[in-house]
Design a protein around this ligand. Sequence first.
Ligand SMILES: NC(=O)c1ccc[n+]([C@@H]2O[C@H](COP(=O)([O-])OP(=O)(O)OC[C@H]3O[C@@H](n4cnc5c(N)ncnc54)[C@H](O)[C@@H]3O)[C@@H](O)[C@H]2O)c1
Length: 351
Amino acid sequence: MQTIELHTQSRPSTVLCGAGALDAAGEYLAGKDAFVVTDSNVYRLYKERIAEVFPAARVCVVPAGERHKNKNTLFRILDEMLDARLRRNSFVAALGGGVIGDMAGLAAALYMRGTRLIQIPTTLLAQVDSSVGGKTAVDYRGVKNVLGAFYQPERVFCDPLFFRTLPPREIRCGLGEVIKTAVLDPATGDLLEAGKDRLRDLGFLHELACSCIRFKAKVVEADERETTGLRKCLNLGHTTGHALELLCGRRSHGEYVLIGMWLESFIAEEEGVCTPAYAAHVRSLVALAEPRIPAFPNAEEGLRFALLDKKNTESGQVSLVLPKARGEYAELSLPAERYRGYLCRLQGGNA
Ligand SMILES: NC(=O)c1ccc[n+]([C@@H]2O[C@H](COP(=O)([O-])OP(=O)(O)OC[C@H]3O[C@@H](n4cnc5c(N)ncnc54)[C@H](O)[C@@H]3O)[C@@H](O)[C@H]2O)c1
């Protein structure tokens, strides 16, 4: 089992990574007042394990999927927490993918101004990214993650056991965030390139996940609340990815991140942020997981959504985090019309 410490200012957090992490979560909560939040898919697959590992916990099961990451589900979780008479020192355990982690994390932050929280991420994406770093949120009125809070879990338990039941699509989705990290972090980049033929090997995915978590932990330690700007690097590919996600909504978050990185590599190249060779390298990494890039459906609507992005600091400008060179990124604010022009040119995709 690997232990990664996050020395964050608000509250230190410890990530335990390895086989047996789920049992370690059970031991951590043994004898405590615990409330497990999960989704309908995870519950169907792991009902017996949940009962075995958390025998005394109340379990709150919400519908699966991003479209349920909203205020109604959030308030349903809060209602059940209140009905269960949770106290401030009770534990909320978020057991699921990024959607559950974000919603249960926000419920824990809101309830009595903060109950104790642990994360037990069950998707590759949630292990490599969303469960670590304390960002919690729900989508509201068509804007992704617009209602949220920074709230660090005191422990994160990443067990590779959960990868066994993940459909290939969810693995590809997690690879989106792995590839993003590989562009930002030379250590993860080297590991990925050395093992690019082993992306179906669950043990290798676990190695990649640990490497991504180590990188994310360093970034979050340096800039917990995205104030100095370093944490913004984790948004590489996300402006266009989120715009597409809101526009189409048919694929998963990680798939849109991959498509966003692919599209934005052209912008980085054309704006002189990176060399054409480096942009092509980024696209070759994206192609490891997502070889078919769909056509951008509607540039006008894409721009409308990109203008709602939380990273934008000036009106009429779209803020992007672009690849610059190995392990380096750059922030760029583009006037809306210029960004729309890129979206128009990218309407062909490569599929
Ligand atoms: N907080 C952050 O820092 C952060 C970072 C990245 C992404 N996110 C958020 O994460 C969300 C995406 O997370 P996700 O991709 O995990 O989505 P998800 O939680 O919807 O999970 C994807 C699907 O996999 C199923 N599933 C979960 N674990 C499984 C398992 N072990 N076996 C089989 N099926 C399983 C779920 O029921 C769901 O249908 C988005 O809402 C995104 O905004 C948050």
